[in-house]
Structure formats: structure tokens, C-alpha cells
Design a protein around this ligand. Structure first.
Ligand SMILES: C[S@@+](CC[C@H](N)C(=O)[O-])C[C@H]1O[C@@H](n2cnc3c(N)ncnc32)[C@H](O)[C@@H]1O
Length: 305
């Protein structure tokens, strides 16, 4: 009698990478993920500690029990709506990898246009500049600027101690010299904070700008997982632009440049807020979809009112 191949009875135990990719993609699709295949590839690569491309090289590899258990854990988190960046613990921004956790907003690709505008506007200036980032979060804006302009000095503020820890960790990951950066627990809505520095030549900020009454319009994964203090601002979302307009002059050098990210419907209100003699050369910079996303303006030196 010739030997028969073993017949699997009961739940499937031997999963190849290919089978798991297919099955888990269908599972996440049913759970409402908009990018199920990509999510599964990222999660599998994360659990197996391999680059994504290796999944295809190792298509017929059978997953070990411990790998399957770990993958089940992260897949369940994703199926419940947790953002992939929090599960992986990282997010790419301006070709760098930033550590993220639920204390910080996940860096958005739209924010890259703010960084690019600052770099472009100052490309010809090689002398050291002082840059302040109000609401630094993961540090993605400030640290990307410092990486590209190693002669500059950066100051990062945040109201969240957890966010400052993440920014500090990212500074180490990106090997930013400690002398190039100072991170402080500061409340940008308080006048005292703006009296703690002088001669800042570039102010950047992506402040919280979502009106609390718009909370229901956010995707469930943003609403349930990203930090509330990074998202919401009173006064129809423009609270921090008013504060920056009124207070930033205390620490800006005349001629300093200011770059502020804003919501896609806020450009009119934000331009109006900055329509005082304290500011000139105000312009709007569009994001990748062509929507005005960043207000850039110059401090004239006339005290704001
Ligand atoms: C929209 S997130 C931006 C984070 C990061 N700069 C980015 O672009 O991904 C806003 C940040 O402002 C911080 N924040 C909120 N209120 C603040 C305040 N009153 N003073 C200082 N920082 C504040 C939040 O903790 C959060 O890190």
C-alpha cells in the first residue's frame, strides 16, 4: 500500500505566507479597511521582522505558531480600527521614519508641504536660524527641518509630556545633536510661553484646528485613537491661530517667517486673522490635492494687536 498525504481535519494549522496574505486581506476588507492588502503586508512584515518585499520571496514559507499568534493580535487591532501607524509604532515623513504612539498625532503627508515650503524659502540662507515649532507632537516638522538644515537651532513646544517624550526619542533616532534642539513643556495659548524665547526667525505650527462640533465628521479611527489635544480647538477651530497672531510677535525677529498648517476650509478665516499691520507677504500654499493647506506670512515688526 502506498502512503497517503496527511488529510487536514479540523482548523487549518499550516499556513503559508501566501495563504495568510490572501485570507487576512479578505478579512480586513470585510472589516472595512480601505487598504486591506497593504495593511496585511505591513503587519506581516512587522511580525516577521522582514522588509515587505521579502514576503513575496518567502511566499511558501510556513508560519510558526508564535508568528501566527502575534499576527492574529495585530490583525485584530487593525480590524477594530486602530491606525496601522500605532500598531507598527512608526510612520514615514519626509523620507525619515518617526516613532509614534497614541500620545502623538500620526504625521500626515499633507504636512510635508509646510516643511518643503520652509526649506525652499530658506534654501539660499546658510547662516544658522532659530526655528520654533509650537505643538511639535512627534517632532516630524521640526526634526525634518533640522535634519535638512543642520546649522539651525530648533525649539519644540508641546502641552503634552507624552508627546515631548516621543519627539525626544525621534531626535535620538534621527541623530539630531542635543545642542541643536530644545524641547519644552509649554502652553502656546499662554502669553508667558511666548516670553521665554527671543529672536526666532522661523515659526512653524500645525496646531489643533478641528472644531469640536465637527467631531462626528472624523473617521472612527481618528476619533477613537488619536489624542484629543492634538485635534480639537475651540472657536470653530481657529483658537490657536488667534493666539499665535496676537502673541508670536513677542519672540519673533522682524522679518521672521511664519508657516501655519490649517484645515481645508479654514484658509479664509486664517488669512483674515493675519490681516493686520504685523504681517506682510501673506500667501497660501496648497497641499497635494491643491487645497490651501499652509498660511505663510512675514512678521513686519509692528506689534500685533
Ligand atoms: C495637530 S498636532 C501636530 C503635531 C505635529 N506637529 C504634526 O504636524 O504632526 C498639534 C500638537 O499641538 C499640541 N498642543 C495642543 N494644545 C497645545 C497648547 N495649548 N500648547 C502647546 N501645544 C499644544 C498637541 O499636543 C499636538 O502635539
Amino acid at each position: 500500500m502506498t502512503a497517503q498525504p496527511p488529510v487536514e481535519t479540523g482548523p487549518k494549522t499550516n499556513w503559508t505566507l501566501r495563504e495568510m496574505l490572501l485570507w487576512a486581506t479578505g478579512y480586513l476588507e470585510k472589516k472595512g479597511s480601505l487598504s486591506p492588502r497593504l495593511d496585511v503586508e505591513l503587519l506581516l512584515a512587522h511580525v516577521l521582522h522582514v522588509p515587505r518585499i521579502q514576503l513575496y520571496v518567502q511566499f511558501e514559507r510556513v508560519l510558526q505558531a508564535s508568528e501566527k499568534d502575534q499576527f492574529r493580535g495585530v490583525l485584530t487591532r487593525r480590524a477594530q480600527g486602530e491606525p496601522i501607524a500605532y500598531i507598527l509604532g512608526t510612520k514615514g515623513f519626509m523620507s525619515h521614519t518617526f516613532a509614534v504612539n497614541p500620545h502623538v498625532l500620526i504625521p500626515r503627508s499633507d504636512t510635508e508641504c509646510l516643511v518643503e515650503a520652509v526649506l525652499q524659502d530658506h534654501a539660499a540662507i546658510t547662516t544658522p536660524l532659530r526655528i520654533l515649532d509650537a505643538g511639535t507632537g512627534s517632532g516630524c516638522i521640526l526634526l525634518s527641518l533640522l535634519k535638512a538644515r543642520p546649522q539651525d537651532h530648533g525649539i519644540g513646544w508641546d502641552i503634552s509630556p507624552g508627546a515631548l517624550q516621543v519627539a525626544q526619542h525621534n531626535a535620538q533616532l534621527l541623530e539630531i545633536p542635543t545642542t541643536q534642539l530644545a524641547l519644552h513643556l509649554r502652553d502656546m495659548s499662554q502669553a508667558e510661553s511666548w516670553a521665554t524665547e527671543t529672536s526666532v526667525q522661523i515659526l512653524v505650527s500645525n496646531p489643533p484646528y478641528i472644531a469640536p462640533e465637527e467631531e462626528s465628521e472624523l473617521s472612527p479611527s481618528v476619533r477613537s485613537y488619536e489624542p484629543r489635544e492634538a485635534l480639537f480647538a475651540p472657536d470653530s477651530g481657529v483658537f490657536f491661530y488667534k493666539k499665535i497672531q496676537a502673541l508670536a510677535g513677542n519672540l519673533l525677529a522682524p522679518g521672521a517667517k511664519v508657516y501655519l498648517e490649517m484645515g481645508h476650509l479654514q484658509s479664509g478665516s486664517v488669512v483674515e486673522i493675519f490681516s493686520t499691520p504685523a504681517w506682510c507677504d501673506t500667501r497660501l500654499i496648497p497641499d497635494l490635492q491643491g487645497i490651501p493647506r499652509v498660511l505663510a506670512t512675514t512678521y513686519t515688526g509692528v506689534p500685533p494687536r
